[in-house]
Structures are given as C-alpha cells and as structure tokens.
Design a protein around this ligand. Structure first.
Ligand SMILES: C[S@@+](CC[C@H](N)C(=O)[O-])C[C@H]1O[C@@H](n2cnc3c(N)ncnc32)[C@H](O)[C@@H]1O
Length: 211
C-alpha cells in the first residue's frame, strides 16, 4: 500500500492536514530534547520529512522503512535502511534518539517495536512518537470522523489511492486506548512517558526516556 501512495504521499499529507503535519513534525524533533550531533533513528521514515527536520536541528539522522517505494521517493541526505521496525539492523545502545511519525498504527504488533526501540536506545536516550488521534470532545470527534471517514478518502481518490486513504480512519481504531498504550511503553523499559494532544486532539505526541 505504501509503495502505491509514495509518489503523492507528501502532497496528500499537506492537503489532509492543512499543513499542520509540518509543525507537528518540528515539534516532535524538539520534544526529543537532545543535544545537537545526536544520532537519531527515524523509524518508518517514509519520504524522509522527519529526517530533514532532524538534520535541520543539528542531529545525525538515519531513516528506516520497509517500503522501497517510500525510500525511493525520500528527499533526504540521511542514510536510509530498508528494514522492519520490529527487527532493526543496529547494535544495542547504538542511538541517542528515536523518532517515529504516523506509523504505530501500521505495525503488526506494538510490543516488538517498543522492545526494539528500548534495545537500540542508550540509557537516557529519548523517543518521540507522533501519531494521529481522535479528539475527546464529542462535537470535534463527530466532525473529525466525518472528515477522515468521508472527505479524506474522496480527496485521496482524486490525488492518490482511494482505498489507501479509506484505511486511515480504520487504522486509528487499531491503537490501544491511551492508558494501555502508555503502560505498554513504560513496561518496555521507558520512564517519563508523556502524551501531549496536538491541534485539538487530532494528533498526539508521546515522549519517553530510556530507563
Ligand atoms: C504513514 S507513513 C509515515 C511516514 C513518515 N514517518 C511521516 O512522518 O510521514 C507510515 C510508514 O510506515 C512504514 N512502515 C509500516 N510498517 C513498517 C515496518 N514494520 N517497518 C518499517 N516501516 C514500516 C510504511 O512503509 C510507511 O512509510
């Protein structure tokens, strides 16, 4: 699916989120709160937006993704790895930071991803996970459901692959409820696990420190 949407992926992101995704990614990099020169693995890097923001912030970014199409469309100078987020080709404790944007929903299981993140990060290393979310307010939630359930697949059909953009609202439901997700992260070996709602709760930023 990601191979097929790769050529128009960036355009669709900007349209769907009215460019809010650009600010969310920058906030994700800032939330890592790491000194310049840190080595940061951007897991499921897609077309490399987060890698570019990491580079701009003075970090040494490495992108990792499983889709050849996404990697081929990537616009970044960062080294790119074709690999599975659930089994990453790097030695334990090798990285200072790990970012991951809009990909948690796509992993076949979260525990193996979190245990890989904990293995790769040095002690005190930081993780920042950016993901879509559903607003808690019932009114906003209804509008959000309508937008992602009806409008996004329509626009996706015009510019890209309609079925792929139908998958988006369904994939949000796949994430475990907030307390369960945060507990899962803590259990994988992280402390200071924190979640911030972005833009009225349509996105979320989870940060944690490797214990
Ligand atoms: C919605 S895109 C997000 C891309 C990018 N992080 C961003 O912020 O725009 C999800 C990405 O996750 C990748 N992906 C899904 N499952 C993966 C896995 N098990 N290992 C590595 N990448 C994976 C897909 O290939 C796709 O590029």
């Amino acid at each position: 699916m990601f191979d097929s949407i790769a050529p128009r992926y960036d355009l669709m992101n900007r349209i769907m989120t009215f460019r809010l995704d650009v600010a969310w990614r920058r906030r994700t990099v800032a939330a890592l709160d790491l000194p310049g020169g840190s080595t940061v693995m951007d897991v499921a890097c897609g077309t490399g937006d987060l890698c570019r923001d990491l580079h701009r912030a003075g970090h040494r970014a490495i992108g990792l993704d499983m889709s050849w199409g996404m990697l081929a469309a990537a616009r970044t100078d960062a080294p790119l790895l074709h690999a599975d987020a659930l089994l990453q080709p790097a030695r334990s404790g090798a990285i200072d930071g790990l970012s991951c944007g809009f990909a948690l929903r796509n992993f076949t299981a979260l525990e193996p991803f979190l245990s890989e993140a904990a293995r790769l990060l040095r002690q005190g290393g930081r993780m920042a996970l950016l993901e879509v979310d559903r607003p808690t307010s019932p009114v906003l939630r209804a509008g959000h459901g309508l937008y992602f359930g009806k409008v996004v697949p329509l626009v996706g059909g015009l510019f890209s692959d309609r079925d792929a953009y139908r998958y988006l609202p369904r994939s949000v439901a796949y994430l475990p409820p907030e307390p369960e997700l945060l507990a899962m992260i803590a259990a994988a070996g992280f402390s200071d696990v924190d979640k911030v709602r972005l833009s009225g709760g349509i996105a979320q930023l989870i940060t944690a420190t490797r214990s």
